[in-house]
Design a protein around this ligand. Structure first.
Ligand code: GLY
Length: 352
C-alpha cells in the first residue's frame, strides 16, 4: 500500500481551535448575485437517481430540502440498495433499523430519527420531526409512535435478499455456536467463512443548493449491517453525518459511523469551508483528522493507518463541490444542472 496526498491536500494548512473559529465568515451572497443562482446537487456514489431527481425538482423551483429528500426516497424505496431503507441489511436479530437526518439551511432547523423500524422512508419522518416537534432527534419506539401518529405506513423492511444475507452472516459467525451453513459430509470448520460476510456501512447522503441560493441536506441509512440492536451511527447525528450552514455550505458522510461520531466531521468540513477551503480540501482535511484521531491498534493496519473507510461530500455557497475518502475507491454523484454523472472521490491512501 502506498500513501497518496492529493495536490490540493498538500496546499492545505490545518487550522484548529480558537484560531479557526475566530476567522471571518465565508459569504459572497451580496457581492456575487450570479453565483447565488448556480444550482448543484451532490450525493454518495449510490445516488445517481437521487441527484437526477433532486436537480429536476430544483429546476422546477422547489426548495433544496424537498428536492434532496425526494431524491433519496428513490434509494430508500429500492430493495436492491441493501444499505438504505427498504431491503437494508438488518441488525444482528434480523430487524431492519433505520437512521436519518435532514437539515434545512434557510431556517437552520434539523430533524432526525434513529433506530426506526418498519418505516421505509426515515428521511420523511426526520423532516416531520423538524417541522412538527420542538425536538431534533427521536429514537426507537418513540420515533415509530411519532411516525404512526403522522400516518406513515408500517411494513416489513426485510426483503428475501437481505434476510438471506443475514442468515449467511449468522451461520458463519462462529464454529462454536449451533447454527450451521449449508455443508457436506466432508466439510470441517463449519461456520467460519467470515471473509464472505463482511459488515457494511453503506448510506446515502445528498446535498443541494436551489435557485434561491439556499442549501439543505439529508443522510439516510440502515447503518452498520448486523449491528447490536439500538446501535446508532453518524447519519442521524447533526454535525457528524450531516451539517448545513446556509451562509457557508453543507457536508455529509458515508462509511464507518463510529469514526465520524468521535470527530464530528460534517460540522468540521463546513468550518474548514468557512475558513476558505474548497469543498474537496475540506473533505480531505476531515479525513486526515480521522487518521490522526484513530489511536486504537485494532482499527489500524500494519502501517498505523485506519483499516476502515469514510467518504465525505460537500458543497459551498458558490455551488462548488467536492468529495474525499481516507482510502481510494470512494465515488460521488454530481448534477450541476447540465449533466448527472458519477466521479471518483479524492483520497489520502491508495490500496495497491
Ligand atoms: N455511516 C453510516 C453508519 O455508520 O451507520
Amino acid at each position: 500500500m502506498e500513501a497518496l496526498n492529493r495536490r490540493t491536500f498538500l496546499r492545505t494548512t490545518v487550522l484548529t481551535g480558537a484560531a479557526a473559529l475566530a476567522l471571518p465568515e465565508f459569504s459572497d451572497a451580496q457581492s456575487r448575485p450570479s453565483i447565488e443562482r448556480k444550482t448543484v446537487v451532490i450525493s454518495s456514489g449510490n445516488g445517481i437517481a437521487a441527484t437526477a431527481k433532486a436537480m429536476e425538482m430544483i429546476q422546477q423551483g422547489n426548495d433544496a430540502l424537498d428536492a434532496v429528500i425526494a431524491g433519496v426516497n428513490i434509494v430508500e424505496n429500492d430493495p436492491n440498495d441493501m444499505t438504505v431503507g427498504y431491503g437494508g441489511l438488518p441488525n444482528e436479530e434480523g430487524i431492519v433499523e433505520l437512521d436519518s437526518s435532514v437539515m434545512h439551511g434557510p431556517t437552520h432547523r434539523a430533524g432526525a430519527v434513529a433506530s426506526l423500524q418498519n418505516i421505509k422512508n426515515p428521511s420523511l419522518v426526520a423532516k416531520m420531526v423538524m417541522e412538527r416537534t420542538d425536538h431534533v432527534l427521536l429514537v426507537g419506539e418513540g420515533a415509530l409512535k411519532f411516525a404512526r401518529m403522522h400516518g406513515f405506513t408500517e411494513e416489513n423492511l426485510l426483503t428475501e435478499q437481505s434476510r438471506e444475507m443475514w442468515v449467511k452472516w449468522k451461520e458463519n459467525l462462529s464454529t462454536e455456536d449451533d447454527y450451521l451453513p449449508p455443508h457436506t459430509i466432508d466439510d470441517k470448520n463449519i461456520g467460519s467463512k467470515m471473509s464472505e460476510v463482511m459488515k457494511t456501512y453503506g448510506t446515502i447522503n445528498c446535498l443541494g443548493k436551489d435557485q434561491q441560493g439556499n442549501i439543505s441536506g439529508v443522510t439516510t441509512t440502515s447503518g452498520m449491517s448486523y449491528k447490536i440492536p439500538g446501535r446508532v451511527g453518524d447519519s442521524p447525528i447533526i454535525g457528524a453525518g450531516l451539517y448545513v450552514d446556509n451562509s457557508v455550505g453543507a457536508a455529509g458522510s458515508t462509511g464507518r459511523g463510529e469514526a465520524n461520531l468521535v470527530s464530528c466531521s460534517s460540522v468540521l468540513i463546513v468550518e474548514f469551508m468557512r475558513q476558505g477551503k474548497s469543498p474537496e480540501e475540506a473533505c480531505l482535511m476531515a479525513c486526515k483528522r480521522i487518521v490522526e484521531q484513530t489511536k486504537m491498534k485494532r482499527l489500524q493496519d500494519d502501517q498505523g493507518r485506519p483499516n476502515f473507510n469514510v467518504t465525505f461530500y460537500a458543497i459551498n455557497k458558490r455551488g462548488e463541490h467536492g468529495s474525499a475518502s481516507i482510502w481510494n475507491g470512494g465515488t460521488y454523484c454530481l448534477n450541476d444542472g447540465t449533466s448527472n454523472k458519477k466521479s471518483d472521490s479524492a483520497f489520502l491512501y491508495k490500496r495497491i
